[in-house]
Design a protein around this ligand. Sequence first.
Ligand SMILES: [Zn+2]
Length: 92
Amino acid sequence: MKFMCLCGKILTDNTDALPYKARMVADEDWDQFMVSCTKPPGCDIRLLTTIYQCSHCGCLRIVKPAGNVVFFKPEDEHVSRTLLRSVKSEAG
Ligand SMILES: [Zn+2]
């Protein structure tokens, strides 16, 4: 899958472990999500919101489970472009 950021950069989602992608569960859905992960067929991905961050402008592209897309622009140009990196990347 490819999509264009508001700045014109093309982002792709065609592999695993993307450093600019994360998933979010609404707090209202958290308990249901955690319970779903303990039994087959596994974690209920229908509860996941997907987020991408543009490495060029830092804009967040938020994709709700129903498919609605919203963009959020950073408050200024100094905002990290790696907000969605693994917590392991913060260890060093
Ligand atoms: Zn961008």
